[in-house]
Design a protein around this ligand. Sequence first.
Ligand SMILES: Cc1cc2nc3c(=O)[nH]c(=O)nc-3n(C[C@H](O)[C@H](O)[C@H](O)COP(=O)(O)OP(=O)(O)OC[C@H]3O[C@@H](n4cnc5c(N)ncnc54)[C@H](O)[C@@H]3O)c2cc1C
Length: 382
Amino acid sequence: MSIVPTTRCHDIAIVGGGCAGFQLLHALSREPGGDALDIVLLDEAEALSRSWCFWSREPHPLDFLIAKSWDAMAFHAPGVDLRLRLAPYRYHYIPGHRFFAFFEDAFLPAHRNVTRVRTTVEAITRESDGFTLTGPEGPWRARQVFSSRVPPASGLERTHLWQHFRGWFLRMKRPVFDDGAVTLMDFALPGTDLRFAYVLPLTPTQALVEVTAVSRGVYATAQYEALLEHYVRRRFPSVPFTITGLEEGRIPMTDRRFTRTGPAGETLIGTAAGMVKASTGYAFERIRRDSEQLARHAVAGTAPAWPATTGRFRFYDQLLLGLLDRQPAAGARVFAALFDKVPLPRALRFLDEDTSLREELALITRLPCAPFLRQLVQGRAS
Ligand SMILES: Cc1cc2nc3c(=O)[nH]c(=O)nc-3n(C[C@H](O)[C@H](O)[C@H](O)COP(=O)(O)OP(=O)(O)OC[C@H]3O[C@@H](n4cnc5c(N)ncnc54)[C@H](O)[C@@H]3O)c2cc1C
């Protein structure tokens, strides 16, 4: 794609070619009339090395990118060893390289209505008839702007609680993995922070094994490496292995209030719009649903809704975040009770914010109440 400074007024500018920017582009292309829109995608050249997993009951518009799906989920905590059927859900894995290769090599060349510019958008300003976006290669003008740029004043970087992780793609000398079940949490890691291993078994000999922690600060690489070594040696003693790849990242766990619109009135998308579920770090499916409604409204010229966490689900997230922050040891007990005592589909529906108040009350009575009461007394997370 060439870099073409232009002042022509596009119908739509999308800032950021990540999970939200590309899902929105895809949703626009599926919307009747979407392919007639003149779209400019302004994206930094920075390559994202990340993969996405999500649970779902329905086919996903990008399901041809799914590398592996599971029908069962395992969970391990002291005194709890579960292998649960996911039906009616399935858990899916989209490797980042597949996602980006599809958009770069197939989608963008096939959609001539989309101009892609590698650039950093430095400012967005409101004009009488739309927006001006500026950056080293700009300016650009557009009637509508969808931006995954986190507004600099949002304070997201100052979040004090993070879910952070590092993983190894492993090839084992012998088959050791149950590749019919993803291990969502295995609390077999030493330390006082809330820490667990997450295992995506791709074949009986290959898996992505991640160590994840929830804490105020992220770790030095050597600390993740020591935890990974500890976990793999303990779970699969004396099985030789090779590390074929790495994945790492950090996700803010925050109950701060996000907004649908940015400082210039641009429509925020993805992380910037609060699409990452505060208490779990999952966002892929929520971004898919949001992208579909944004695309409908963009074509119709109407105002989109904002499916952010509000009301009682925000309260549950706040309570859980505060608990994970102040009582990390209780976190494992709470998750163990959630997966042990609540039917898995209901627990997943709860995490999707799709349960009724009645179901939530029934669910809450199955969780250990002392840590929640303590948290209610001590106050919420900041
Ligand atoms: C390592 C990692 C793994 C994750 N795994 C999962 C998972 O398995 N399942 C799940 O549901 N969620 C997961 N998440 C959470 C969430 O789905 C991701 O963070 C997701 O990528 C968020 O989408 P986004 O588009 O908002 O941000 P990103 O995907 O990070 O994309 C933002 C894009 O905008 C670009 N950009 C930003 N500012 C500018 C600017 N000023 N000008 C131009 N371009 C700009 C960036 O370069 C980037 O390309 C994960 C998060 C991380 C960090």
